[in-house]
Design a protein around this ligand. Structure first.
Ligand code: PLP
Length: 419
């Protein structure tokens, strides 16, 4: 390996480590020198079934031997149809019964926004402060988790309006205060900037991801649903990072009992094969002019086969339950550690989507500390990512196949790194 080889890779890809991955198995990732890491990044919330789950690998191999590319504008294929069946069983509501597939999270967000515009005949979209929806041109305009994602590219597409997210810890308020403020400001936005008759949809991450791993409170989501209903606005849940068991349920929005009009999926959907999708009611999908949206690769046969196997593994191995149970254990342990480490200002999360937020003694975001702790963990073979606008949050996203023993080992490494 020479520096020259790495130089041929575009530096636009920021990287949290200089490891060259060779192979993975379960929670472990091995580099080309044979060093083993506990991968608690899950490739940014993708490998929920662990690296190279045998059933997912087998499904990919079997499908690859049959047909790689059965283009969906030309033919149907069996994995696509199987996937729609599997998905319809796990959606937050029976009404979410029709599916469209593409390749990346951002592409699925684009699709959801286009569907909302097409179905309502309205132009504007409301997003929430701190959200991350992707890095294409439209999704950049919807992303407010950090200026780096839009800096140098502005002005962006018009028609996107940003409402506050009820981030109680960031505001220094209690949850009810944060919810009341966010709802009040949202209502004012509909009066002052984008009227209901021009607002097609609101897009919300049920757990803010890149923005700092902040669960949207249930009451907030319920009130959003009500405001959308009263104003004929669609509610879209971006479950790209929080879906497929990550937050202790198939979809994070289930915690609130709210049924969105559109669900956006990617990441955990296919264990690492590039696949994303959106779900909506058939009547809504029928309002989308055939041919006005699509793509060459969306609904790829191998990716769909991987996704079918992924859903079956998540179900058969009880991984949603594992996420819920171990998520509680993780938060309990982190709160225990927090008692001796006041720089951990907040521990929060849902399922195995957990944040430890670092705060200076004078209550400022402490990104250097978060980065140093994550670096010290990496030196000890534990891969963790940061997030949040300042990079002040260490996020815990282990594969959902993680065992209690492995989780406790990782917590031990984290505790030593803090010291
Ligand atoms: C909530 C959310 N939406 C959308 C995206 C964009 O997905 P992709 O990077 O696959 O385009 C991400 C990626 O992190 C995400 O977390």
């Amino acid at each position: 390996m020479t520096t020259h080889r790495l130089d041929r890779v575009s530096p636009v890809w920021r990287r949290s480590a200089t490891i060259i991955a060779d192979h993975g198995e379960g929670v472990y990732l091995y580099d080309t020198d044979g060093r083993r890491y506990m991968d608690f990044t899950s490739g940014i919330g993708v490998t929920n079934t662990g690296h190279a789950h045998p059933r997912v690998v087998q499904a990919i191999q079997d499908q690859a031997a049959k047909i790689l590319h059965a283009q969906v504008n030309i033919v149907y294929h069996e994995p696509l149809l199987q996937l729609t069946e599997e998905l319809s069983r796990i959606m937050p509501a029976e009404s979410l019964d029709t599916f469209f597939f593409s390749n990346s999270g951002a592409e699925a967000v684009e699709g959801a926004v286009k569907l909302a515009k097409a179905a309502t005949g309205k132009t504007n979209i409301i997003v929430f402060q701190g959200s991350f929806h992707g890095r294409t041109h439209a999704t950049m305009a919807m992303t407010t988790s950090k200026t780096i994602y839009r800096g140098g590219y502005q002005p962006l597409i018009p028609g996107i309006f940003v409402a506050p997210f009820p981030n109680a810890y960031a505001y220094g308020w209690d949850e009810d205060q944060a919810i009341d403020f966010a709802i009040r400001e949202l209502k004012r936005l509909l009066v002052m900037q984008t009227a209901p008759h021009e607002t097609a949809a609101m897009v919300i991450e049920p757990v803010l991801g890149e923005g700092g791993y902040v669960p949207a409170p249930d009451r907030f989501l319920r009130e959003l649903r009500q405001i959308c209903d009263e104003n004929d606005i669609l509610l879209i849940a971006d479950e790209v990072q929080s879906g497929f068991g990550r937050a202790g349920k198939w979809f994070a929005i289930e915690h609130s009992g709210v049924t969105p009009d559109i669900v956006i999926m990617a990441k955990g959907l296919a264990s690492g094969m590039p696949l994303s999708g959106i779900a909506a009611n058939h009547a809504l999908m029928e309002k989308w002019t055939p041919g006005s949206h699509g793509g060459t690769y969306g609904g790829n046969a191998v990716a769909c086969a991987a996704s079918v196997a992924t859903i079956q593994v998540l179900r058969d191995e009880g991984l949603i339950e594992n996420s819920a149970r171990l998520g509680e254990l993780l938060m309990d342990e982190l709160r225990r550690i927090q008692a001796d480490h006041p720089e951990i200002g907040d521990v929060r999360g849902r399922g195995l989507m957990v944040a430890t937020e670092f705060t200076t003694p004078d209550s400022q975001p402490w990104s250097e500390r978060a980065k140093a702790v994550a670096g010290a963990c990496l030196d000890q073979g534990l891969m963790l990512l940061t997030c949040g606008p300042y990079g002040q949050v260490i996020r815990w996203i282990p594969p959902l196949v993680v065992t209690e023993e492995q989780l406790r080992e990782a917590i031990g490494i984290f505790e030593k790194a803090l010291a």
